[in-house]
Design a protein around this ligand. Structure first.
Ligand code: GLU
Length: 313
């Protein structure tokens, strides 16, 4: 008997603002990618950061995707366990597992120190690790006795990890030299994005991760983390970033051309037509429903690099 692999994609928005035109383009591509392969979609709410999560935005995000014609088979808010706020237990288990393997260390660096940390030098024994990893004796005890709670970092090996991105092609990063050790639990106890997203994609059986290209550099690290935890990593495809006419990356928090405005200006088919045109899926701007794009979808049509939205929006 042959087992057919279930194809499962995901929407994974953080509720930090209303979805903007770039988020909608990535969401459309994620949905087309999964549906064109006969796959499922899930909706996972990435409300990990309590300071930046607003439930009103979360509800609007789900509604905006449905309004456009993008659906999913399971997820927030109807199903339990699809918001990161409910999943701390899973992140703790993964954290404990990494700790058992000796990969976790406490870090007291300030934000400024982390940003200022110089690039690793050739020949360094532990490139990508900060000085906190090697604290010992009185210096370590003083930190442990101090009032400032540490963050927790995961130590990565000096190793190249390659992903074959469904859109951008081969992408290799050396974990230690390009990125280095990363925070898995913040000093306020909140588990960090890289750990949470890797655990969720693994445990939710996600096989296709489609998201904007600004996260391409995180994919090798996430693949390594998932495999280190004993799971199979998904396939990745990173969608082109849409940029404002001045070249700036669009941002949810800046309120860039978002769904509040877009829904006043266009019908769902008109908006889908504009997004599809920008993404190279149709030759001219005309109304189209997402489901009509499914049979002809291929990443080969989608341009590489950034896409300027001027002239279309
Ligand atoms: N939650 C992230 C966002 O809204 C996306 C994370 C991911 O797709 O891995 O930008």
């Amino acid at each position: 008997m042959t087992m057919t692999k279930i194809i499962r994609g995901r929407f994974a928005p953080s509720p930090s603002g209303r979805l903007h035109v770039g988020n909608m383009a990535s969401s459309l591509l994620a949905w087309l990618d999964a549906r064109s392969l006969g796959g499922e979609m899930i909706f996972r709410l990435e409300d990990l950061d309590p300071e930046r999560s607003y439930m009103d935005y979360a509800r609007l995000m789900a509604e905006d995707l449905r309004w456009l014609g993008l659906d999913w088979d399971a997820g927030w808010p109807g199903d339990e366990g699809y918001s990161q706020g409910e999943r701390t237990e899973y992140y703790r288990e993964a954290f404990d597992e990494l700790e058992r393997r000796g990969l976790i260390y406490k870090c007291w660096c300030s934000r400024a120190e982390r940003l200022a940390a110089s690039a690793p030098h050739p020949g360094e024994e532990h490139p990508g690790s900060c000085k906190c990893r090697f604290l010992e004796g009185e210096e370590l005890n003083a930190r442990l006795r101090g009032k400032r709670p540490p963050a927790y970092k995961c130590a990565v090996p000096d190793e190249d990890v390659t992903i074959i991105d469904g859109h951008c092609g081969e992408h290799t990063r050396n974990l230690a030299r390009q990125g280095g050790d990363f925070i898995v639990r913040r000093s306020d106890g909140v588990y960090a994005y890289q750990l949470a997203v890797s655990v969720d994609d693994a445990l939710m059986g996600v096989t296709r991760v489609v998201r904007a290209e600004d996260l391409l550099s995180s994919a090798p690290r996430q693949r390594w983390l998932i495999e280190t935890l004993g799971y199979t990593a998904p396939d990745y495809a990173h969608a082109p970033l849409l940029t404002a006419p001045d070249g700036r990356k669009l941002s949810k928090r800046d309120g860039d051309l978002n769904m509040a405005e877009l829904r006043k200006l266009y019908t769902p088919e008109e908006l889908t037509g504009r997004l599809a045109y920008l993404c190279g899926l149709i030759d001219r701007i005309e109304p189209v429903a997402p489901c009509e794009l499914v049979p002809h979808f291929t990443w080969a049509k989608v341009p590489c690099g950034e896409i300027d939205i001027s002239g279309v929006f």
